[in-house]
Design a protein around this ligand. Structure first.
Ligand SMILES: Cc1cc2nc3c(=O)[nH]c(=O)nc-3n(C[C@H](O)[C@H](O)[C@H](O)COP(=O)(O)OP(=O)(O)OC[C@H]3O[C@@H](n4cnc5c(N)ncnc54)[C@H](O)[C@@H]3O)c2cc1C
Length: 566
């Protein structure tokens, strides 16, 4: 036993926890209307059987396994089937479908658990000496195919699980800088920081099952990025282990300097490198004092255009919210459908009074858009922020409805990821694609993506659903986050590819990026040239090739491999 926590081998999160709709009366009718799935009659699939997985024997030369065991001890080198399966995929829809159907083209061979940076250095050197492949593993939550070995990989593949390295090492309270070991999962590092009155302020939806090393390696962004920044801003310093040289160890050290003019930023090269430049062992993160007051306020807008314009106005105003988020009318419908049953005054307010007020304003209820805006700071600061935001909302025809829905949003934000498994159990795919674009292009991107998804559903002959919210606002633009779902036919992955590809292509065709915060992996790399230009890809490929000429570090991710080795 390693005591390192992992998610279910076949799905999201921990065993025994899942999505339930029995207490949400609007959910079943919503799903029926959205994708034609009748939850009353849908057959629920059996939980996949681990014993039925057909896993090839590991390519694990005895000398390599012995060398790794000599570094970390035998208990921390694993070649058993469960460990290999858990470390082979992330949690994208493709991963979930493949794992459920036993489709594992190439599993990792050996899993090793270093205890400290010295172990990592010796593991890296042993892997390179054995001409093997090394894939760093954080929480295994990525959804871009960032972990899977290349299908044709002949060399042994070693997954380096960072889970034993999960400490907050120290906090420089003067500077608000915390040194954190790369394998710390969100709740673990936040608890250690909170014990001393600090927070990292980085809360991706996958927070419970992802690590700070993984966040850095994928250029992650959390729901409070408007105030605390994306991980690229939060990561100030880094330690990264690379192969050692005859005259020095291989630790690349980026000190935590607020800003430097020292040539191209190596820190920026590491952030988003998805394991291709080495193993991140430590991150020095900007942390903040836990705020005195935290409030998530809910607002409604008469339509999407008004909601977008209001978010843009907030982003360039004096207001500094932690979250600005607005859902389109479809996602608003979904949110209302996943609300728990209401009783008494609560029901009367939500179902009669509120719609009555909206109608009296001339709003069409099918067009309304729900928005959450979050505030943190001193009581006085929060009060002022709410006033500033309230005025902007009003100018754009919106209205505030208080903190009630915001409290619910805060409570259930980490539960929603279980929904994908619920749908898959009943023959439906649900997944996400997200992007960012300048404000001037956002409305066009939105329209193009909705049209592209509808075209894709028509192509595969199914009734599909797509909805969107705006989150992560910047001065020049914002992120659009699309969620799509459909009941699949005989070829779930083929059909999924048609929809996902149509959406990704619509991003690049309309001036948006292929990924705002989910990284590239292998799932988004087909569009990387269209995103950063062929010359941009040549630069990235040149970097990876020059510092890893043997193609040992997570080959094939971010930019497709051109190595002859696979
Ligand atoms: C339901 C769901 C919701 C999500 N929500 C968000 C969200 O809100 N925001 C967001 O940004 N992402 C989100 N994600 C995506 C995912 O959680 C992020 O990509 C996350 O940063 C991955 O972290 P991890 O620790 O799980 O890394 P892993 O999945 O284990 O690894 C991801 C990549 O990073 C590399 N890596 C990991 N650790 C290291 C290390 N120590 N050194 C070098 N390379 C390393 C791996 O080799 C791999 O290439 C979501 C995913 C799911 C399934």
């Amino acid at each position: 036993m390693t005591d390192v926590e992992h998610m279910k081998w076949w799905g999201w999160g921990v065993e025994g926890v899942g999505f339930h709709h029995e207490d949400k009366p609007g959910f079943a009718p919503f799903v029926l209307q959205a994708v034609g799935l009748d939850l009353a009659t849908a057959q629920k699939a059996e939980q996949p059987s681990f014993e039925e997985l057909d896993l090839a024997d590991p390519v694990a030369p005895a000398e390599l396994v012995a060398a790794l065991a000599a570094i970390v001890g035998e208990d921390f080198v694993r070649t058993d089937a469960m460990e290999r399966v858990v470390h082979t995929y992330g949690k994208s829809l493709r991963d979930l479908v493949r794992i459920r159907t036993g489709d594992i083209a190439r599993a990792v061979d050996v899993v090793v658990y270093p205890a400290d940076e010295d172990d990592v250095q010796r593991i890296v050197d042993a892997v390179v000496a054995a001409d093997a492949v090394l894939i760093p593993f954080g929480g295994g939550s990525n959804i871009a195919g960032s972990l899977e070995p290349q299908a044709g990989e002949q060399r042994p593949v070693v997954s380096v699980d960072m889970g034993r390295m999960s400490a907050v090492i120290d906090i420089d309270a003067d500077s608000g800088l915390a040194r954190i070991q790369a394998g710390a999962l969100g709740p673990h590092l936040e608890a250690q920081l909170a014990a001393q009155g600090w927070t990292i302020g980085h809360f991706p939806d996958s927070f419970t099952h992802s690590t700070i090393g993984g966040w850095a390696a994928t250029r992650s962004s959390g729901m409070q990025s408007d105030k605390y920044g994306d991980i690229a801003q939060i990561v100030r310093g880094l330690r990264v282990v690379r192969p050692s040289h005859p005259d020095r160890d291989g630790v690349l050290v980026i000190p935590a300097i607020p800003s430097a003019s020292t040539g191209p930023s190596v820190r920026e090269m590491i952030v988003g490198s998805e394991g291709r430049l080495g193993v991140i062992t430590e991150v020095t993160a900007q942390v903040h004092r836990v705020a005195e007051v935290r409030e998530i306020q809910a607002y409604f807008f008469p339509n999407w255009a008004a909601g977008l314009k209001a978010m843009q106005a907030i982003s360039v105003s004096d207001a500094t919210p932690i979250i600005t988020r607005v859902s389109d009318a479809r996602e608003t419908g979904f949110s209302l459908a996943t609300s728990k049953e209401r009783h008494g005054m609560d029901a009367i307010l939500a179902e009669k009074v509120l719609p009555g007020i909206m109608r009296s304003k001339g709003w069409t209820l099918e067009d309304i858009c729900l928005s959450f805006i979050g505030f943190e700071g001193s009581a006085e600061h929060v009060k002022r922020q709410k006033k500033l935001v309230g005025a902007i909302v009003k100018q754009h025809g919106g209205m505030g409805v208080g903190t009630g829905p915001g409290v619910l949003y805060d409570q259930k934000k980490f539960d929603t990821p279980y929904l994908r498994d619920f749908l898959l159990d009943r023959g439906a795919a649900g997944d996400v694609s997200e992007t960012a674009a300048p404000w001037s292009k956002l409305a066009g991107v939105y329209d193009a993506v909705i049209a592209a998804a509808e075209g894709a559903y028509a192509e595969i002959g199914t009734k599909g659903w797509i909805m969107c919210h705006l989150s992560h606002s910047y001065h020049s633009g914002a992120c659009l986050y699309f969620t799509f779902a459909f009941v699949f036919g005989d070829d779930p992955l083929g059909e999924y590819d048609v929809v996902k590809s149509a959406i990704q292509q619509a991003f690049v065709d309309n001036g948006a990026t292929i990924s705002h915060h989910h990284g590239v992996g292998v799932e988004h790399s087909p569009w990387i040239e269209q995103d950063i230009s062929p010359e941009g890809v040549a630069v990235v490929r040149g970097l990876f090739g020059a510092v890893d000429p043997g193609d040992h570090f997570n080959p094939g991710k971010v930019v497709p491999s051109v190595s002859e080795r696979v």
